[in-house]
Design a protein around this ligand. Structure first.
Ligand code: TYM
Length: 345
């Protein structure tokens, strides 16, 4: 039996999406749905690994769904749903909790960053988060996972889990006729967005992130044109004019970030942007950058806001997506249960 190509990815509904999510992941998602069977999830189970106000969470799940669709995901073609509606995620995550080793999770840098100094007080869910992420992907035996650069380590763990599961249960897997004893594929990260690591507008060495306390550090997909212009204007830079060659960006993290963002938004290469703006002051470049961001994001922001007027319609999309997701995951989970040695009705 050969494993067919299938794409899975997800975003956390913790606040609104930002330019990093859009340039790092979403644009690839939209590309991939032209050629692949794609499953795009709003990962609400992941969101509660840190405290979420229930009302805000519900709103955020709808907001992220609206942003997916407004940005160009087609729910008729791709499967769009929220994770908690499909039980397979949590079920497989438990099995993976028993496959993955403590030592593997101890190496995860994201846990260290998110737990901070108060590790004792972090939720158990935050620690086991990467196992759930592996379950998300492998519950569909997905082969390709379009993400930003920061998810690389989690994807490596998902590959290790797939391999260990295949090894631990090899006899049963072969008995069921899977070629070469492979039940779970090794999911491939697809890290090829136009900007795979978008940095904070306030600090070019820090990732643009939903959890940064400063809203000025990021451009949200809900920001209006004036807010975008103000944030770009306030973005940190250095006093030098823009260089005319990429080499001139070395050691200038903020300049490099802004040029990278502009290139991604305007569908240009970095050398082409520098050929155009080399020698210019940041004031002029920032004006062009704000215009490019507004041109690209305003239609998405407007369409999301329109969709948010009708939450019931969003909920219908999620319910339909969840039903289609279950159709794929249920037979896979049935087989997993047989392989592990459970008895089912
Ligand atoms: P999350 O919600 O933090 O981010 C969603 C996606 O956006 C990308 N991203 C970025 N890309 C470039 N620059 C940035 N500053 C930036 N910030 C975020 C992320 O790489 C991601 O692709 N663990 C995941 C969610 C998840 C998942 C999965 C992803 C759960 N299960 C299964 C893929 C497959 C996360 O927290 O992403």
């Amino acid at each position: 039996m050969t494993i067919k190509e299938r794409v899975f990815s997800g975003m956390q509904p913790t606040g609104t999406l930002h330019l990093g999510n859009f340039l790092g992941a979403m644009l690839q998602w939209i590309e991939l749905q032209k050629t692949h069977e794609c499953i795009y999830c709003v990962v609400d189970l992941h969101a509660i690994t840190v405290w979420q106000d229930p009302k805000e969470l519900r709103r955020s799940i709808r907001q992220v769904t609206a942003a997916y669709i407004a940005a160009g995901l087609d729910p008729a073609r791709s499967i769009v749903f929220n994770q908690s509606q499909v039980a397979a995620h949590a079920e497989l995550a438990w099995i993976f909790n028993c496959v993955a080793r403590l030592g593997w999770l101890n190496r995860m840098t994201q846990f260290k960053e998110k737990a901070g100094k108060d590790r004792e007080n972090a939720s158990v869910g935050l620690y086991a988060y990467p196992n759930l992420m592996a379950a998300d992907i492998l519950a569909y035996r997905a082969t390709h996972v379009p993400v930003g650069d920061d998810q690389k380590q989690h994807l490596e763990l998902a590959r290790d889990i797939a391999q260990k599961f295949n090894g631990d249960f090899r006899a049963g897997i072969e008995e069921r006729g899977h070629a070469d004893g492979i039940f779970f594929p090794q999911p491939e990260p697809v890290i090829t967005g136009p900007a795979t690591r978008v940095m904070s507008l306030r600090d070019g060495t820090k990732k643009m992130s939903k959890s940064d306390p400063s809203d000025l550090s990021r451009i949200n997909l809900t920001d209006d044109a004036d807010t975008i212009a103000r944030k770009v204007q306030k973005a940190k830079t250095d006093p030098e004019p823009l260089p005319s060659e990429p080499d001139g960006l070395k050691g200038r993290a903020e300049a490099e970030n802004l040029v990278g963002i502009y290139a991604a938004l305007a569908d240009q290469t970095v050398p082409a942007v520098l050929a155009q703006f080399g020698g210019a002051q940041f004031s002029a470049f920032k004006k062009a950058l704000a215009e490019a961001a507004v041109a690209r994001l305003a239609p998405i922001t407007e369409e999301s806001a329109r969709m948010m007027q009708d939450p019931a319609a969003i909920d219908r999309i999620l319910a339909d997506g969840a039903a289609r997701a279950r159709e794929i995951a249920t037979p896979i989970m049935d087989e997993v249960k047989d392989i592990v040695g459970f008895i089912r009705a």
